[in-house]
Design a protein. Sequence first.
Length: 231
Amino acid sequence: MKGFDLVTDIERTIELYPTLVKIIQEKKVWTGKKLDLRTKVWLEGSLDILDNDGGVIQTFKVKIEYTSEFPFRYPLVTETGGLIPRDEDWHVNVSIGPLQGTLCIAARPIEILQCQNGITTSWFIHQKLIPHLAMQEYKRREDVYPFGEYAHREKGLRQAYIDVCEAKDWDAALGMITLVLNNDVPGRNDLCAFGCATKFKHCHHCSIFSKLRTIGTIRLREDVALIDYDA
């Protein structure tokens, strides 16, 4: 993201969401030769979920942390007010490690595609985090998600690739992924190999393969291995 500056991005976010505050932590880290001063910045505070009339339905306390991959991946979000159970049925990461306790807002391939050109914190909050928290509040009240359940972990990953590939099932999606991994995708001027009587560049499958290339072969191989292991 050309010209992106995290400090400026955070300042603009706080202007839009004044209930969030910037936290700065400085820590000395031994590198093996000397002590380096490392600075970590994150956001903490609250976000309101509003009804159609602007009334507050619920207020969630959150912590928004940045990884080295931001703005090309989502920041990590932890709900700190205890409203969302630490349970994968509530799309909360329960595995041991840096993701433990963070919200699972989207499957990995979906996140990569949405962040491919870079995102801002305010975009993420408005487009992803607040809708996610709204769905969580709906589940808290109705014991079901408003648009149906999305699978967890490897099953969720499988469903995400089916969606990305616009495929009828995992086998069909895997066939497309395999073509990318084997560098065997039809040329733009070749006839479509998927039953369309048109050149590949005019077929909607061309855009699907472009998405898979954006995800990248390393990630595709890792995800296919996870899905196959789960199967």
